[in-house]
Design a protein around this ligand. Structure first.
Ligand code: NAD
Length: 386
């Protein structure tokens, strides 16, 4: 279904209303990010255990698990038993479901836990994903999937051997803005988008693990650049594997690290700021920059038929502002991407189907990142072989 733009002559509020109306009840109800319980008896909510109770777990995933329809928080893995006990109290699960990183294997005996969500620093993802798979649990792992492609391969192999489902925490696939942009890319009324530009950054506090090469795998490219890569692959039209995500990968990349302004903070062999270009098979080009100095969060795509620009919060959870050639687009009120992402995975587990953000998609982006790092190091254009 083509989505007509609202009339540019109307007021912003009216335009927003019209835009939502123009999507239509059918479009919204049919949109994959709007999940509803099926009729009949409610099945048991699947149990999720969060591994790592840092900022993302505390600020986003825990609260999201209070509003999910198909899963609930049923356990945690933490280095602090006291913190774990507090989570058990706050979320109403047994203290017996508080595990340490080295006792995760015991989860195998806990039938209340179906899914393990790994939210530790990047360099620990492989350790924790493999432990979860060995305990026989389905796994979601935060981005970037690994520090290296080899780590991704080890995680994929462990999940395959354990016959458990494996997904990467790519919430953009549950963000209505990015989903609509992905839809438009494939709609001849809007797409394709041939030029893309964007940036993503924040000022990293001194001493954070995100500047530690072993724990982070790299600098802002690992943490933030991965959003620009996903955004571009989605705006190129990629959905899932099997004709989607792999096709959506760029064919070539070039890259350049910018000189460090804080060499001491980024002394551990990680970049402070890096810029890169991705070239796609159809000639589309994406120019991006990511940095741990200064706040940035924009993304713009343009083609012969239309353009779309995230003016702010392109890749964050709230406060997104989008302008297009035909006026603003808004999905107010707030859509909880994390709740939709976890509910979707719970439904995948229940129904035995693959996630739209499978582990392979996380691996794809690690391949792209490795190619960009190589291009930045050698100064050459590098072919991406997903
Ligand atoms: P954080 O530093 O706030 O939390 C990390 C957690 O891991 C803490 O509870 C810490 O105690 C624990 N941990 C275990 N071993 C550790 C070690 N050796 N060193 C440091 N911490 C250790 O980090 P965060 O912001 O919650 O990020 C965690 C993961 O989630 C990262 O992979 C990050 O990329 C990802 N993340 C994703 C999003 C998103 O929107 N999808 C947002 C933020 C973070």
């Amino acid at each position: 279904m083509n989505t007509p733009f609202p009339s540019p002559s109307t007021s912003l509020t009216r335009r927003r209303f019209l835009y939502r109306a123009s999507l239509g009840t059918a479009a919204l109800a049919g949109a994959p990010y709007i999940l509803r319980a099926q009729g009949g008896a409610q099945p048991r909510k699947l149990g999720v255990a969060l591994v790592g109770l840092g900022n993302y777990s505390k600020g986003q995933l825990g609260p999201a698990l209070k509003v999910t329809e198909h899963c609930r928080l049923a356990g945690v893995v933490t280095g602090s038993p006291e913190k774990g006990a507090q989570w058990a109290k706050d979320y109403g699960f047994s203290e017996k479901a508080v595990y340490g990183y080295d006792t995760m294997v015991q989860m195998a005996h806990n039938k209340d836990i179906d899914i393990v969500y790994v939210v530790t620093p990047n360099g620990l993802h492989m350790r924790d994903v493999i432990a979860a798979a060995k305990a026989g649990k389905h796994v979601i792992c935060e981005k970037p999937l690994g520090n290296t492609v080899a780590e991704c391969d080890a995680m994929l192999a462990a999940c395959k051997a354990a016959k458990v489902k494996f997904s990467v925490g790519y919430r953009l696939h549950f963000d209505p803005y990015h989903r609509e942009l992905m839809r438009r890319a494939k709609d001849p009324a809007f797409g394709p988008f041939m030029q893309m530009t964007g940036d993503r950054g924040f000022s990293l506090r001194a001493g954070a693990w995100r500047a530690d090469k072993a724990l982070a795998g790299g600098g802002p490219m690992m943490d933030l650049g991965v959003y620009l890569i996903q955004g571009a692959c989605m705006a190129y039209g990629g959905t899932t594997l099997g004709g989607g995500a792999l096709d959506a990968a760029p064919s070539f990349v070039t890259g350049k690290e910018r000189p460090k302004t804080k060499p001491q903070q980024f002394a551990d062999g990680v970049e402070e700021t890096i810029e890169w270009t991705m070239e796609f098979k159809n000639g589309a080009k994406a120019d991006f920059v990511t940095s741990y100095v200064g706040g940035k969060d924009t993304f713009r795509v343009e083609g012969p038929k239309s353009w779309w620009e995230f003016k702010q919060k392109a890749f964050t959870y709230r406060g997104t502002i989008v302008e297009t050639n035909a006026g603003p687009v808004s999905y107010e009120p707030f859509v909880n991407q994390q709740a939709l992402q976890m509910d979707d995975f719970a439904q995948c587990v229940r129904e035995g189907r693959e996630s739209r953000v499978p582990g392979e998609m996380g691996r794809r982006d690690n391949v792209i990142i490795a190619a960009i790092f190589e291009a930045a190091k050698t100064g050459k254009k590098v072919a991406v072989k997903v």
